[in-house]
Design a protein around this ligand. Structure first.
Ligand SMILES: [Zn+2]
Length: 468
């Protein structure tokens, strides 16, 4: 072992060696952990009970993936909290404002907004992200000369922010299950099968410009926006990559799908799609108990976005039943009204407590609530992103978070209690250092390009303020 370490020492740049007082490894907590990274940003070796060396850290965690984002919606955060003319302000009135808003977004605007979202995701402790990208065309619906212009902008933002990106170009064809035409606000999203194939090819070329950890996936938007036949096209284009789709978010959507397909949304995908670990369904807030158990057994990931689901009044995911059936879940910031790993996980557990009137709902024997939430989000996020991440182990991308152990509570907590304190009693200031595939992008809580990325975002929202 000593001989091997000496070889590693000679090969490794010291900056690529981290040493943590405590780290969450796949088997549990370990002390005095040395983590060596290779030149690509993968973890080369993990050894415990080692003397201090390289970059010294207090508590080291695997960083979860932000598995669902629509970057452009970040610029609407805080704009939809007043009552509209409707007596009952709902998801659907929120969507109207979203459509109006995006009439004004240029490719440059989208790139600046996406860079901010990616920067905030890193600062929040996410090590990678999945962009569910459906804003493709010019205002009015005419494609750009390059069909993947906007997808390329998301990739350009990732080049700037450094985040490990899984890009999902979205197929969006219809305005509803009855295959009605897209509404004026939806014209920028639409593609026919040929257009979508071109978009996927262009997106693949843009992703290929990024680091080796970047990936491409496929995303039929929802059972409202694509027909069953389109899902076959998506399966063909996926070629084994991950496939994401919105599913069972709103009661009205369940009713619409049921009327058109004679099955509830989750029931329909269970009966009609070749579900596997490659699939990720976003939301699943509207499921019967039987659907919950069946979906858990399918291997698909439930992509939960508890902050957005609360913001939009979607409902509460049935997490105890789903996790008891060994279902895989991850978390995403979706509307980006607030980007926070800590708050997303807290909202997930607290929503269960409010519904079930209990405490520590997701804890299991030997693993606290915080541990179940954090490791679950890491594992499910990795599966959904098609990215080898979520574990501090050799061969995995070095997507890592170091906590600020100078925070008075975290300084004295160990093991699962440190995670519980982080999730239930701390805020984003506890996230000190973040690496994405070994790229050290957040230091002392700040992204390395924060000032410029914020300045560019600010120019966009100041201009939009005059227009919307
Ligand atoms: Zn979404």
């Amino acid at each position: 072992m000593l001989k091997h370490n000496m070889r590693v020492n000679m090969k490794m740049n010291p900056a690529n060696t981290l040493w943590a007082r405590a780290a969450l490894l796949p088997d549990g907590w370990a002390k005095h952990v040395r983590v060596d990274l290779d030149d690509l940003g993968r973890i080369a070796e993990v050894t415990t009970d080692q003397p201090p060396v390289g970059t010294r850290i207090g508590t080291l965690l695997p960083a979860p993936v932000n598995l669902h984002s629509h970057a452009f919606q970040r610029a609407m955060a805080g704009l939809t909290e007043a009552r509209g003319p409707d007596p009952r302000d709902t998801f659907w009135t929120w969507r109207q404002l979203m459509f109006r808003f995006l009439d004004h977004l240029s490719p440059e605007d989208c790139q600046a907004i996406a860079a901010l979202v990616q920067m905030e995701s890193l600062e929040a402790g996410y090590g990678a992200m999945v962009e569910f990208h459906y804003l493709h065309h010019q205002p009015g619906g005419l494609p750009y000369d390059n069909r993947a212009e906007m997808a390329g902008r998301i990739c350009a933002a990732a080049q700037d922010s450094g985040i490990g990106l899984t890009l999902l170009p979205v197929l969006y064809r219809y305005g509803g299950c009855d295959r009605r035409r897209l509404a004026p606000g939806q014209q920028r999203f639409g593609n026919d099968p040929e257009g979508y194939a071109a978009l996927v090819a262009g997106s693949a070329a843009a992703v290929a410009q990024l680091g080796q950890d970047a990936a491409l996936g496929i995303a039929p938007h929802s059972l409202r926006a694509v027909a069953p036949a389109d899902l076959n096209l998506c399966l063909e284009l996926a070629e084994g990559r991950v496939i994401h789709m919105h599913l069972a978010e709103q009661e009205a959507e369940v009713a619409e799908v049921e009327a058109a397909l004679r099955a509830r949304p989750v029931e329909w995908v269970l009966d009609n799609l070749p579900l596997s670990e490659k699939w990720c369904f976003i939301h699943c807030t509207q499921m019967t108990p039987n659907e919950t158990i069946q979906l858990a057994g399918s291997g698909a990931v439930a992509g939960l976005c508890p902050i957005t689901e609360a913001s939009l009044g979607d409902g509460i995911f049935d997490a105890p039943r789903y996790l008891s059936a060994r279902g895989s879940f991850g978390i995403g910031s979706d509307s980006n009204i607030r980007i926070s790993v800590i708050e997303e996980l807290r909202a997930l557990e607290y929503s269960q407590r409010l519904r079930d009137r209990g405490r520590a709902i997701l804890a299991v024997a030997g693993r606290s609530t915080g541990r179940v939430l954090w490791q679950g989000a890491c594992d499910g996020g990795a599966r959904a992103a098609g990215r080898q991440t979520g574990r501090i182990a050799a061969g995995y991308w070095a997507d890592l978070v170091a906590l600020d152990d100078s925070q008075p509570d975290l300084a004295v907590r160990e093991g699962d209690a440190a995670l519980d304190t982080l999730i239930f009693a701390a805020d984003h200031r506890a996230i000190a250092e973040v690496w994405s595939a070994g790229r050290h992008l957040v230091t002392q809580g700040r992204h390395i390009r924060r000032d410029r990325i914020v300045a560019e975002y600010r120019r966009v929202v100041e201009r939009l303020k005059e227009l919307v």
